[in-house]
Design a protein around this ligand. Structure first.
Ligand code: PGA
Length: 251
């Protein structure tokens, strides 16, 4: 696990964009697992700006949706697919044929999850997983407790996740209680994982993820069982984690 600790959210967005851009420059057809949530939005805007200036080419990139609420009709304002399109797919000019939607409205969502995971494997796996950190330590909607071999599946959201997602949609009562998520076993096999973490409200859970016990109770701590994970955090999130416990890249 490598740590990039930077001054603020803008610097985090630039550093995270640098990490992704380096992979995509080496392999234009990279498969990217795309998180929504507030944290990576600045990173996506930074990548879109680089594209406008001709410095980032996403025309061959393949975007895979990380998670979705169960049972939402296509076009529902709460759809995470819609959020991924607005924030990542469209600003980066990714062709529709390169975008994989996790179909929360499928008649057989369990089968759809299995098919989605098979499609990722058939495409050669994930080159870069972009992940935020849930206040309960979740990755995607891999809620605690989570195991390293969990498949892409339907999950019940924890009260913490419902509460933390409420502000996006106008209150906790607007948040569906079940969701689809790409599983830990896909995430842990990504060739590079970027965990982006911003803000003082993430300080405690980040400390548990990178310096506490490796435990199913903190799904993000399972990232420490694999190589090629980069944690990009701002100082508000990093807090006073002892520098000795983690090498810090002071960009
Ligand atoms: P956030 O969400 O980026 O909006 O903090 C992260 C998460 O809950 O996974």
């Amino acid at each position: 696990m490598r740590f990039v600790v930077v001054d603020d959210h803008d610097a985090l967005s630039r550093s995270a964009a640098d990490e992704l851009a380096a992979v995509v420059a080496a392999k234009l057809s990279s498969s990217v697992l795309v998180a929504t949530g507030n944290t990576p939005m600045g990173m996506y805007a930074e990548l879109a700006e680089r594209r406008r200036r001709g410095r980032f080419d996403a025309s061959q990139l393949r975007a895979w949706q990380l998670d979705e609420y169960l049972g939402l009709a296509p076009g529902d304002r709460r759809s995470l697919y819609g959020w991924m399109r607005r924030s990542f797919v469209e600003p980066l000019g990714i062709p529709d044929g390169n975008v994989a939607r996790l179909p929360g409205d499928s008649a057989d969502p369990e089968a759809a999850c299995a098919a989605f995971e098979r499609a990722i494997l058939a495409a050669g796996g994930i080159d870069v997983a972009i992940l935020g950190l849930g206040p309960n330590g979740h990755l995607g909607f891999n809620e605690p407790p989570a195991t390293t071999d969990s498949p892409t599946r339907i999950v019940d959201l924890t009260p913490e996740s419902v509460a933390s997602n409420g502000p996006y949609w106008g209150g906790a009562d607007q948040v569906p209680r079940r969701a689809l998520t790409v599983g830990m076993r896909v995430i842990l096999n990504a060739r590079l994982t970027l965990l982006v973490v911003s803000g003082a409200h993430k300080r405690d859970i980040l400390a548990r993820a990178v310096a506490g016990p490796i435990s199913p109770d903190v799904p993000a701590s399972l990232l420490r069982t694999v190589p090629n994970v980069v944690v990009v955090a701002d100082r508000a999130a990093w807090g006073d984690l002892p520098m000795g416990s983690a090498p810090v890249d002071g960009r």
